[in-house]
Ligand binder design. Structure first.
Ligand code: IVH
Length: 709
């Protein structure tokens, strides 16, 4: 349908139109409308037909909104087949079509506090709230990212379920709805005099179950679902309810759209707020967003903004996919006063989260050499806004990653940044290539010292073989002074590079031989900063030996292994005498770590360096606190494993882990059937759920503290 050339042109044009915004004066409005239609049609095809969007939702919405605004301003330019004239529709031929009891509209969108402020002002005007400083009460809940479901109950029985369809008519999917375990087949509406009710909600798959389903599909060679939403909406349309059940769908109910008694009279009027309705539904056995967690009653729009922002940051920990929050006027009389447009209610608005994905251009690739000589390719990107941050570099990990994804310089790439996860490239958009993209030729020599690069068979990274390479030396120095290593405050990369260039830092020991008098004359320094640096360096001399061992930057000797190793010896140098067999006999030390200890600490050069450091006053001896603690077999957690999840409020995570070790246990990262305890802090998500499913003992923070007391 679209050639690659054409796609490239439409993509570039979209970006220009997004940048340009709604600016259209009468003279070129017509041209602008045609261009917007052209690009919107293209993006709808990529999204709905191919399921491969190349724009973020936000970018698409911007284009769509600009077209709507222009058409409003110049109604004669509104074409019958404009994308804005399409009623959104999920009807298919396989299912019977049924009419909803009340039509289901869409929601208007907002993207920031300012938009929400404007919405609040409109609500105040519509509800004739004279005192503009008076807060309107809003109920705020997640905007679930799944498939809409409309349920009809008659005489307390579920009699019909349908998809949203075009808002007026939907596909009848009653049998499938009955296979969703969180949808009650019976609910006590008669208690409230309700004979017939229509409820609206969203069908979703929990994120961890979705991963499992895709894992299975990959094992069986089936095509993977692009995302949890597709797996859920596809699930609603399966022909066989048994398969629906296997997909383990869930349904959250967020609105009562219709309620009448046996005489057909409106029974919604008995409720005064939206929240009251949701509480009733919760009491009747429906799954609803939890009050004071994901659902909140906010006294005014400022509280709404806080709740929305809080959930924007917390969305990754929530077990279901959500793409925003929905803000609803809580009072139902006020909702009536606000009314509706033909498209959406005026009493509600969606607050859309910032996009997690965006497309941008990969300009070039740089190669960085780390302290162990590992070469990391880094993509330089045309800066792009992603979930609230500007991204201009992303790591490409290694040569295999580039090859597997077929990433080329000049490609348009899809970048993702989810929660605290480091941004990464999902894939290149190959359809947007025009032939000018360059295949990546991985370097064969070190980009810094030009030495040969070497890649051991079992490893993914190429390494510079020259331990005297400037990049490696500087990398080792930076690591040595870093927070988790010798923790030399204020001694950052910039200082290290500077002193290295001045010839003052050739080896790690030189850190303790710095000429502070000379430094105080450097530009930007002075006596005070030079004194401060001296103090921090002096202080580091008394660090525990395990810090020094870790600071040496030996591969696989992280903080935990350093502590284990030091607990066995009087001073670091003693480790030089240990054989691989002796090391492997230690609990938690395997052959890979043992080899590194033997290869590095068994080397005369390393021992010389340590002796040199010691003679400069740096502590190499094990402190009393670093001695191995004898743990008796009857220690409370002897032989037990513990996982911490969620936010801990009574203790730091590092403290909690230490407590587990002190009590003879082991703190591990993931939940498995062998796990003994899961300690759930605030906002615990998928790990808690998984532990529950596996029947693992779950402890609150208090219970954990009580247990180890
Ligand atoms: S209220 C009159 N609340 O968003 C519209 N909708 O266009 C009432 N959605 O596909 C909708 N979470 O399925 C509402 N907490 C929530 C929602 C929600 C997701 C979906 C809904 C529909 C779209 C609204």
């Amino acid at each position: 349908m679209y050639t690659s050339e054409n796609q490239k042109y439409l993509f570039e044009l979209s970006k220009q139109l997004i940048e340009r915004g709604k600016a259209g004066d009468a003279s070129d409005a017509s041209g602008l409308v045609s261009e917007l239609i052209k690009v919107i049609e293209y993006h709808e095809w990529r999204y709905y037909v191919l399921d491969q969007p190349v724009l973020s939702d936000f970018e698409y919405d911007t284009l769509f909104r600009n077209l709507q605004l222009l058409e409003q301003e110049y109604p004669h330019l509104t074409k019958k087949d404009s994308p804005t004239q399409r009623v959104s529709n999920d009807l298919t031929e396989n299912f019977k079509t049924v009419r909803h009891l009340t039509p289901m509209l869409s929601l208007d969108n907002s993207y920031n506090g300012e938009d929400l402020g404007d919405f609040d002002e409109r609500v105040k005007k519509l509800t004739e709230t004279e005192d503009m400083s008076m807060g309107i009460e809003y109920c705020v809940e997640p905007k679930f990212d799944g498939g809409t479901i409309v349920l009809v109950y008659e005489n307390d029985q579920l009699v019909r379920a349908a998809t949203r369809g075009n808002g007026t008519d939907g596909d009848e999917i009653t049998a499938n709805a009955k296979a969703i375990m969180s949808i009650p087949l019976r609910a006590n509406f008669s208690k409230y005099g309700i004979q017939k009710a229509e409820l609206r909600g969203e069908v979703l798959i929990r994120k961890d179950l979705f991963d499992q389903i895709n894992g299975e599909r990959s094992k069986n060679g089936n095509q993977l679902f692009a995302n949890a939403r597709n797996a859920a909406t596809g699930g609603l349309r399966l022909k066989d309810p048994k398969q629906v059940r296997e997909r383990k769908l869930d349904a959250f109910i967020y609105q009562m759209g219709y309620a009448s008694n046996a005489s057909g009279e409106d029974m919604l009027a008995q409720f005064s707020t939206h929240n009251e309705q949701i509480e009733l539904l919760s009491g009747a056995g429906f799954k609803v967003p939890k009050l004071n967690e994901e659902r909140a009653l906010c006294k005014n729009i400022e509280e709404v903004v806080l709740h929305c922002n809080k959930w924007q940051s917390a969305r990754e920990e929530y077990p279901f996919e959500i793409d925003g929050m929905v803000v609803k006027v809580n009072n139902l009389e006020m909702q009536d006063l606000c009314g509706y447009t033909s498209h959406h209610p005026r009493w509600a608005i969606a607050f859309k989260f910032k996009a997690k994905q965006a497309t941008t251009k990969l300009l070039s690739i740089d190669y960085q050499v780390g302290r162990t000589g590992a070469v990391t390719p880094v993509a330089r990107l045309e800066p792009v806004e992603l979930a609230g941050a500007t991204i201009s570099n992303v790591s490409l990990h290694n040569a295999d990653f580039i090859k597997e994804k077929d990433i080329r310089e000049g490609d348009t790439v899809l970048v993702e940044r989810a929660g605290d996860v480091i941004p990464y490239i999902v894939k290149p958009i190959t359809e947007l290539r025009d032939g000018s993209e360059k295949e990546v030729i991985y370097p064969t020599s070190c980009p810094v010292c030009k030495s040969e690069l070497n890649r051991p068979e079992e490893e993914a990274v190429w390494r510079c073989v020259n331990s005297g390479c400037e990049a490696q030396i500087v990398g080792r120095l930076v690591h040595f002074v870093s927070k988790n290593a010798m923790n030399i405050d204020g001694f950052g990369e910039a200082y290290i590079e500077r002193f290295y260039k001045e010839g003052m830092l050739k080896s790690l020991a030189d850190i303790y031989r710095l000429d502070y008098n000379r430094i105080s004359f450097f530009e930007g320094f002075g006596e005070r900063s030079s004194e401060k640096l001296k103090l921090a360096i002096e202080q580091s001399k008394t660090n525990p030996a395990s810090r020094l061992l870790y600071a040496l930057g030996i591969r696989h000797i992280g903080r935990t292994n350093s502590k284990i190793l030091i607990s066995e010896v009087e001073k670091i140098q003693d480790l030089g005498e240990w054989s691989s067999e002796q090391l492997c006999a230690l609990e938690d030390i395997g052959p890979i770590v043992a080899k590194q200890v033997v290869d590095n600490l068994g080397k005369a050069e390393t021992i010389e360096l340590l002796n040199e450091l010691e003679s400069l006053g740096v502590n190499c001896r094990r402190l009393e606190s670093e001695k191995k603690q004898e743990i008796s077999a009857d220690a409370v957690l002897a032989g037990k494993t513990v996982v911490f999840t969620g936010t801990l409020v009574q203790m730091k995570r590092s403290e909690a882990k230490q407590m587990v070790i002190n009590a003879g246990g082991k703190s591990v990262g993931s939940v498995s059937s062998k796990l003994n305890y899961l300690v759930a802090g605030e906002k615990a998500g998928s790990k808690l759920k998984k532990a529950r499913d596996l029947g693992i003992t779950i402890l609150t923070e208090e219970e954990f503290l009580e247990l180890i007391k």
